[in-house]
Design a protein. Structure first.
Length: 417
């Protein structure tokens, strides 16, 4: 327990947040609900918060009743481990009943509800993730070390790392995720040793949970040193066996920072793996990546057409036409990161600018015009169109309708029907 207070942080005083706390306290009495996890940790660290998690002594049934009584929507998102999501003015709040783990096998836990806050803290992963704040802004630090860990950027397990990882192997990846986001200075040696010793168990869990942690890790501002630690402990080859080097990934992160590009976790993933679209597809399957993410990664690591810094604008327009603007930009950034040369930055930037500003013009001929030129209905129309399209690309997407018609006539004449 602590006499420290935080806040009032803006997210805490929001009427929609207050409405959730008020609903729970109306049933369970003052102090029955506290904020916990990332929202408390990040507020303490002066960082933006992601989601708002609430812990409560109320049982899940009581939480649902309390929310409904107050006219808030209650969604039983994880009822068997005690989680109900409240929707308040469109914002989700994850409310979890205090619990202790009764039985764990590294993948799934059998839980029991409790009204003991310190028991609830003991089942949480890292000391800075066990910080609670009540409705009045009073801060609770049950391990006594959570606040200083948050301030110093230390990711430290609650209790013995080997024991805690054996309860849930995903904690290995959570360790590196939090290290990527908040770690400063030397990483905790005991945690690293435990991650290394138990890394092979990570694959026994569900791909979805693993993938989510991996993508969150990639979204950190600078995940480079955490990835180096993952490589050094053998955790990285366990989850991404095809990674041969971190060089392109690290160069991409550097480019994103220097050029003020947006952080792009999907492209960072593509930068980690070799340029092999088939292997990328298999990896995406294994990680159960969402289809849009899979497609983007597979396209980004494709090899044709070859992307080089000395491409002429004309060659670049061809590539944009063949790949689409998004995939072309992705490949430019990957090639830039892979080139290892700072001196070519202006060329890469020019190619990116071209991708952003140039949209291929519409193909100048309609199907009707092709028929009018005497081409019989059927597959021939497509063939003629394809023939003229090749010419049109070769003419650098000429917009001259007259020339296109002339070309059409010549093609129509020359083709044998
Ligand atoms: P973020 O800001 O990314 O949401 P977070 O700390 O809130 O970070 P969540 O994954 O939302 O992370 O989890 C909320 C809290 O639940 C954590 O702070 C931690 O206390 C606990 N927790 C979540 N997953 C685990 C786990 N696998 N083992 C132990 N405790 C966990
Ligand atoms: Mg959270």
């Amino acid at each position: 327990m602590s006499s420290e207070t935080i806040g009032p942080a803006p997210w805490m005083t929001l009427p929609k947040t207050q409405a959730v706390i008020a609903a729970l306290e109306a049933r369970g009495g003052p102090g029955c609900a506290r904020f916990v996890g990332g929202c408390v940790r990040n507020t303490l660290m002066g960082k933006p918060i992601d989601d708002i998690d609430i812990a409560t002594t109320l049982t899940p049934d009581a939480v649902i009743a309390a929310l409904e009584q107050a006219g808030l929507r209650a969604i039983p998102t994880g009822i068997d481990h005690g989680t109900v999501t409240a929707l308040s003015a469109g914002r989700p709040y994850e409310i979890t009943t205090l619990r202790k783990d009764v039985e764990t096998d590294g993948r799934r836990a059998v839980v029991a509800f409790t009204d003991d806050w310190s028991e609830d803290a003991q089942r949480r992963d890292f000391r800075f993730n066990t910080l609670y704040v009540d409705a009045e802004g009073r801060l609770y630090d049950p391990t006594g070390e959570g606040v200083s860990d948050a301030r110093d950027g230390k990711v430290v397990f609650v209790g013995d790392p080997m024991t805690r990882i054996r309860e849930d192997y995903l904690r290995i990846l959570r360790f590196f995720r939090f290290q990527a986001w908040y770690g400063r200075g030397e990483a905790d040696p005991a945690a690293l040793a435990a991650c290394e010793a138990l890394r092979d168990r990570l694959l026994g869990g569900t791909a979805e949970r693993l993938q989510k942690e991996l993508m969150k890790m990639l979204a950190a501002e600078d995940p480079r040193s955490a990835f180096r630690l993952m490589a050094a402990t053998g955790v990285l080859p366990t989850i991404l066996p095809s990674v041969e080097s971190l060089a392109r990934f690290e160069a991409l992160v550097a480019i994103e920072t220097e050029q003020l590009f947006e952080i792009d976790p999907v492209l960072r993933l593509a930068a980690l793996i070799p340029d092999d679209a088939e292997a990328a597809g298999r990896l995406a399957e294994r990680l159960r990546l969402p289809n849009a993410v899979r497609d983007r990664v597979v396209e980004a690591v494709g090899q044709e057409p070859r992307i080089v810094s000395w491409m002429s604008p004309r060659e670049a327009r061809r590539a944009v036409y063949a790949l689409g603007q998004g995939a072309f930009s992705d490949r430019i950034k990957l090639a830039w990161a892979g080139s290892g040369r700072d001196s070519t930055a202006p060329q890469w930037r020019a190619l990116l600018a071209l991708a952003e500003t140039w949209t291929p013009p519409a193909f100048p001929l309609s199907g009707e015009e092709i028929l009018k030129a005497g081409v019989p209905k059927g597959p021939m129309v497509g063939e003629v169109r394809r023939e003229i399209e090749l010419w049109w690309i070769d003419q650098d997407f000429i917009e001259d309708k007259f020339s296109a018609i002339e070309r059409l006539k010549a093609v129509a004449q020359g083709m044998v029907y």
